[in-house]
Design a binder for this molecule. Structure first.
Ligand code: DI6
Ligand code: FE
Length: 403
């Protein structure tokens, strides 16, 4: 027995491990943790006698959910885009902002000019806000370096987050995020001469858990993404894709062809793309922060995703440009209010389906054998998590069985 072996009791639990809309709800429950893993979970009346001897913690009738998972973030980056935000609100066009050095280019410049320590310190401030909301796992992308040295630095910083905070980090290589200014007009050369060699180097250093790309008219075409995904497949790395955010150039179908973990944004996804994702088991990652920030009009096809049974995840997409959204709880509310997801769908979107979007099977639900990653809330019903705007009802957070 370790110091963390214990029984939580006097609680209601949303296990999220059922496929119906009941949250996997168990009233007046108990949860036994041994070695950071759930040993038993169920109604307190059925607690095995052998567990009676373990230390007990009374949770005062609170609600317990799986620890929240933010499955799509650009949380490591240099600088910010507040001036650009002000320029746009003073009437500057996107082109004027770009000519003034704004956009992804300005974040690339700030990230290239930042040390590993500076990038880590800035990222930890943003990570701490998510931890304060009961988040126990995040995905972190590269994609603001766009050269070998800075992309590797970003991924090393992403890994370093885990050495500095009690949180799990899954890293994603996003070299195919944009073409850097030194390769303007030479996208293919950038993919062949920088992006793919950098992917190989990052993989060789053990820095990459998945590979992503930005498939969009203003970024990379499907054929260019395919070249990157072919190398990911050669390196036995799973893929995911920013797809159909601003238009439909077939990104989701391409992602499905590669058996992608997820297709993300997907505001312009059509029914053929939904069917392809269903057949491939590709998760839909819904990102309301970018839709809200860019004041988009085309919402993702939630009804089609429901109709075809494509699992939906929700994430902040926290990045300095299109989604400076540092709250997963607000993301829950936006998923419901902007896109009409139900509260149960939105909570499943930051637990079970977020885990699936990261290829994880040991978190995202509460069941025997799962990691004891949990959030304890001062609420009576799980719908309160997506109902409130700007209110954080977290009571406590358990990471691997440790509070
Ligand atoms: N989609 C987006 O909205 C962001 N990247 C992407 O692939 C934009 C990132 C930025 O504006 O810095
Ligand atoms: Fe993104």
């Amino acid at each position: 027995m370790t110091q963390d072996d214990k029984v939580f009791f006097n609680l209601n639990v949303a296990t999220m491990d059922k496929s119906d809309a009941t949250y996997g709800w168990i009233e007046n429950a108990a949860i036994t943790m041994v070695g950071g893993v759930i040993e038993w979970l169920g109604p307190i009346a059925e607690l095995p006698a052998a567990h009676e001897t373990l230390p007990k913690t009374d949770l005062g009738g609170r609600v317990v959910t799986p620890g929240l998972i933010d499955c799509h973030t650009h949380i490591v980056h240099g600088g910010d885009r507040a001036v650009e935000f002000e320029m746009r609100l003073n009437g500057a066009s996107y082109e004027e902002v770009a000519r003034a050095g704004g956009g992804i280019v300005s974040t690339v410049k700030a990230t290239r000019g930042a040390t590993e320590d500076q990038l880590l310190a800035d990222a930890l401030r943003r990570v701490d806000v998510l931890i304060g909301e009961g988040v126990t796992c995040i995905e972190v992308k590269s994609g603001y370096g766009l050269d070998l040295e800075t992309e590797l630095r970003m991924l090393r910083v992403a890994r370093a987050i885990m050495a500095n905070r009690a949180i799990r980090v899954k890293t994603t290589f996003l070299g195919a995020h944009a073409t850097p200014s030194e390769y303007t007009g030479r996208d293919d050369a950038y993919i062949d001469d920088v992006c793919i060699p950098t992917l190989r180097a990052a993989h060789a250093e053990g820095l990459v858990d998945a590979v992503d790309g930005f498939c969009e008219g203003i970024a990379f075409q499907p054929a260019q993404i395919s070249r990157v995904f072919d190398v990911a497949r050669e390196l036995d790395l799973p893929v995911k894709l920013h797809a159909e955010q601003l238009s439909n150039i077939g990104g989701a179908k391409l992602a499905a062809q590669y058996g992608a973990l997820s297709a993300d944004h997907i505001e312009y996804l059509d029914e053929d793309g939904v069917k392809a994702m269903k057949d491939a088991g590709t998760i839909a990652v819904i990102l309301p922060g970018a839709f809200y920030t860019l004041r988009e009009k085309q919402a993702p096809p939630i009804a089609l995703l429901r109709k075809h049974g494509v699992p939906m995840a929700l994430a902040t997409d926290i990045n300095p440009g299109s989604s400076p959204l540092n709250s997963l709880l607000l993301t829950l509310n936006m998923g419901c209010t902007l896109f009409r997801m139900t509260p149960e769908e939105s909570l499943r979107g930051v637990t079970q389906n977020a885990a699936r979007a990261l290829g994880l099977s040991d978190v995202g639900t509460l069941a025997v054998g799962m990691r004891a990653d949990m959030a304890v809330w001062d609420i009576k019903h799980p719908a309160e998590l997506s109902y409130r705007i700007g209110f954080n009802p977290l009571h406590s957070r358990i990471f691997g069985g440790t509070s």
